[in-house]
Write a protein that binds this ligand. Structure first.
Ligand code: ASP
Length: 438
């Protein structure tokens, strides 16, 4: 029989009504055996997530002040879920333990993780599945990075002993036993880890949208949904995935060849987006899979005659950035020119120093930093076999009066990246979308 691992996000479990929808989804298929839950999220615009309330309560307790008001609100939200579900479950001991622990400074991560912990307990009781404590089976290393192999070994063994289980997302433990969380949105990562350890056939990630759209709906009106996308394409479109799926959630399942299906808890009839290891199918109609973009970038332009024959030139330039702790987004280059695209926020007050250090290191003929750049990635596995895609991108942009400042095609030939002025950002995306999709 198939095995599915599921993850439900905070808005899917924000109140008792949402819990009921989630239970119906889980019960609808026998294969839905392992369920990872987030903490209760926002019930409406302007509402506060439990995780944020926990951070707030902890900050108050850490400062030595009285956090009982905030804590009472947190407790109230969980209790209203329990009552709304008509559950006979008393979590008073947990609440007492957590609130007294806060005054002994167990760490911010411990505090934040309690949202998932408590929600996991409630959901396990409601659906009648076993509760598995992730601190015992999800491990971080001494340096704070996730210990994937140890976790996979230990977690696989424990999952095989449970026919069905609920696991809180977002956290695990350090070698000394203290609780550590992933970065925000990290329950997606737990879901992926569980899917891999369970040797699942599918990882269903249930959220409040019906998958990915071909373009940002704030830029393009009613963009088409994406039915199927490869892991690789998704990485190329990672600016777009933000907010739907945590970037790091891809890796555990990708390594195991398990697809991810992004689904909508509020519209379970929608098929959502399937993220697959590889695909022979592509959308012949559109050729491209998606368009994503990012503003707020700068480019460091470096020119020097015979640059390409100077061994170590690129390394020296990048070393300067490394020394300043700056990561780069792209490296568009020509024979005697090299561009380094970095985000404005990283380079902000260091630009003069960087120019000085690069000048000292490689003695360029010219160096300048220009800001106000936006990057747009046009991605599609169909591009490899469809000739003239780049030409269509450029023509479409030019026809709308967009000046292309930079071009970069990845060696995988599944993406074309163009750099435009921030002021042309929306127009360029609209033009490309219209060219390929409308
Ligand atoms: N509750 C955590 C957060 O708000 C983790 C998650 O929801 O995935 O970031």
């Amino acid at each position: 029989m198939q095995i599915k691992a599921l993850k439900f996000g905070g808005s899917s479990l924000a109140d008792a009504e949402q819990f009921k929808k989630v239970a119906n989804i889980v019960k609808a298929e026998d294969s839905r055996r392992y369920v990872v839950v987030s903490a209760p999220g926002k019930r409406f615009d302007g509402d506060t997530k439990i995780t944020d309330m926990l951070y707030e309560a902890y900050a108050i307790a850490e400062a030595g002040d009285d956090m009982s008001d905030v804590f009472a609100k947190i407790r109230g939200r969980f209790e209203s879920i329990i009552t709304g579900l008509g559950l006979d479950l008393d979590l008073s001991r947990d609440f007492d333990k957590i609130s007294s622990a806060f005054y002994h400074h167990p760490g911010r991560d411990y505090a934040a993780s309690r949202g998932e912990y408590l929600n996991g307990k409630i959901f396990a009781a409601y659906i009648g599945y076993d509760f598995i404590e992730p601190a015992k089976y999800i491990f971080f290393k001494e340096d704070g990075t996730f210990d994937s192999e140890r976790t996979n070994d230990v977690l696989s063994a424990v999952l095989s002993e449970h026919e069905h289980a609920v696991l809180p997302g977002f956290y695990g433990s350090m070698p000394n036993g203290t609780i550590k969380t992933f970065s925000r949105g990290g329950s997606d990562i737990t879901g992926s880890i569980v899917a891999r350890a369970a040797k699942a056939d599918l990882y269903e990630n249930w959220t409040d949208v019906s998958g990915f759209l071909m373009a940002d709906p704030r830029v393009v009106q009613n963009p088409r949904p994406i039915d199927e996308i490869t892991y690789r394409e998704l990485r190329e479109l990672s600016y777009m995935g933000a907010g739907v799926l945590h970037e790091d959630a891809i890796f555990p399942v990708r390594a195991a060849g398990i697809p991810i299906n992004i689904r909508n808890t509020n519209r379970p009839e929608d098929r959502g987006t399937m993220i697959v290891p590889r695909s022979d199918y592509y959308n012949y109609e559109t050729i491209i899979t998606g368009i994503a973009g990012k503003k707020g970038l700068s480019v460091i332009n470096i020119e020097k005659d015979m640059m390409n024959s100077e061994i170590g030139f690129g390394r020296k330039v990048l070393e300067v950035l490394e020394d300043h702790g700056i990561s780069f987004e792209h490296l568009p280059s020509g024979i005697d020119t090299m561009g380094v695209v970095v985000s404005n926020s990283e380079i902000a007050d260091k630009s003069e120093l960087i120019i000085k250090d690069i000048t000292k290191s490689v003695h360029p003929d010219h160096i300048s930093i220009e800001d106000g750049l936006a990057l747009i990635a046009v991605v599609g596995r169909g591009m490899i076999s469809a000739k003239g895609t780049a030409g269509r991108v450029f023509r479409a942009a030019a026809a709308k009066g967009v000046n292309i400042r930079m071009i970069d095609q990845g060696s995988s030939e599944i993406n074309i990246i163009i750099g435009v002025d921030e002021s042309d950002y929306v127009r360029a995306i609209e033009a490309i979308y219209e060219e390929f999709v409308k």
